[in-house]
Design a protein around this ligand. Structure first.
Ligand SMILES: [Zn+2]
Length: 419
């Protein structure tokens, strides 16, 4: 196999050993993040291709600079731990880093590799989320380790993104530890978590920590405005629905995701007068709207399979199919989570309007829906409605079928929204 240059240099040196090297370095004002290691590091931040995903991490300039420098200096480590609050853009940063690491130009944004990573359809970037309510399954980690042992499909290396690594418990964590310590040369792991305190120390000590700062919603909305040219009110709404600025940008660009949000708003607006049949219809319509953007992903997966079928073994094809299936489930789940965030955002507006008539709703485009709901519901009812959304999120996390979870939520919401 061709030597995978970005990973072939100094992966065992001081830079990667347990100490939170970039953690100290990233927040530091202008100190070079890799100051602890011996190799020369450019004093200036490397120039970033404007089309690359890394250049778009405007909310996390220090992280962006640190990751770009690691790539441009050829000193990419093999295990990173991205730490930050939800909405700080860790997952976006992880994908951006994967793009920069796999692209021959350090993340040009335009080559085949970059485009595939940006569409999250690159077969050598694997994103894992826990498959059970309590955490990662040992079988999930075993599958991952089997995959780590395989050569990359298209790129020179492979990147594994592991979300919610605080949910890596005992046996699942143990299965991963050895590989995390000495991954094959062509492999990079990026683990994501909220705080090192809730992650197993044995995992933390094997990774370079990269802390993310909390991005205030107004700042996130301004960043989205700069990138999309869309009005501020829509950007505020998009951040509140999508979470991070990067996801808000892609939300605003996706007619299908915006339509999914509208389907939730329509359902909430009509709920107080809805009968049982209406509620079941709403749940079905919302589920279908969430699934609409998946058609493109399915097509890309199918094309990938057809291209790879000639040179992959039957076992590897099966593994690819399983991964594709898991990816679709994960995407559907994140789509459902997004429309639940949309519901929460709208209901929070209702609650705020009840408490302060001068309040300017985040969902300004549907202010009349907020007003109508606020006229019908009590403060207690609005609070119960928010609880119903949280309960639905829990059910989806516990692998309840999304449509069923939505039906239960809509029935609970109707009860809460009628005084
Ligand atoms: Zn590229």
């Amino acid at each position: 196999m061709e030597r995978f240059v970005p990973f072939s240099q100094d992966v065992t040196g001081a830079g990667t050993a347990g100490a939170p090297c970039p953690a100290g370095a990233v927040p530091a004002s202008s100190a070079a993040p890799a100051a602890a290691s011996a190799a020369p590091v450019p004093a200036q931040a490397p120039a970033l291709a404007s089309n690359g995903l890394l250049s778009q991490l405007s909310g996390q300039p220090r992280v962006r600079e640190f990751l770009a420098r690691a790539v441009s200096s050829g000193r990419v480590g093999q295990a990173y731990l991205f730490l930050g609050a939800p909405g700080s853009g860790k997952l976006d940063a992880a994908w951006a880093f994967a793009q920069a690491v796999l692209c021959d130009e350090g993340g040009c944004g335009v080559c085949d590799t970059c485009r595939r990573v940006a569409h999250r359809t690159h077969p050598d970037v694997h994103c894992l989320a826990p498959e059970s309510a309590t955490g990662y399954l040992v079988s999930q980690i075993r599958d991952l380790l089997d995959d780590v042992a395989l050569a990359p499909v298209r790129a020179r290396g492979k990147v594994y993104l592991i979300e919610s690594c605080d949910l890596l418990h005992d046996s699942a964590a143990n299965a991963l530890l050895k590989t995390l310590e000495e991954p094959p040369e062509h492999v990079v792991f990026v683990l994501l978590g909220t705080s090192a305190d809730v992650i197993l120390p044995t995992i933390v000590s094997r990774c370079q920590q990269v802390p993310f700062r909390v991005v205030p919603p107004e700042e996130a909305a301004r960043a989205v405005m700069r990138r999309t040219g869309v009005d501020e009110a829509s950007c505020r709404m998009a951040v509140s629905v999508a979470g991070s600025p990067e996801r808000a940008v892609s939300f605003l660009k996706s007619a299908e995701r915006r339509e999914a949000r509208r389907s939730v708003v329509r359902a909430l607006d009509a709920l107080p007068l809805a009968d049982e049949a209406d509620i079941l219809t709403f749940a079905r319509e919302i589920t279908e709207a969430v699934k609409a953007p998946l058609a493109e992903v399915k097509a890309a997966q199918q094309a990938e399979l057809e291209q790879s079928a000639d040179y992959l073994s039957r076992g590897a094809v099966k593994q690819l199919e399983d991964r594709n299936k898991r990816e679709l489930t994960a995407r559907e789940r994140s789509g459902i989570m997004e429309i639940l965030a949309a519901a929460r955002s709208l209901l929070r507006d209702v609650l705020m309007e009840l408490q302060d008539p001068a309040y300017a709703p985040v969902n300004a485009d549907v202010a009349e829906v907020v007003g109508r709901l606020a006229e019908r519901v009590s403060v207690t009812g609005a609070a119960c409605a928010l609880d119903a959304v949280a309960a639905c999120e829990q059910r989806v996390r516990k692998n309840v079928t999304p449509q069923l979870a939505l039906e239960v939520m809509l029935f609970d919401l109707r009860k809460a929204l009628c005084r």
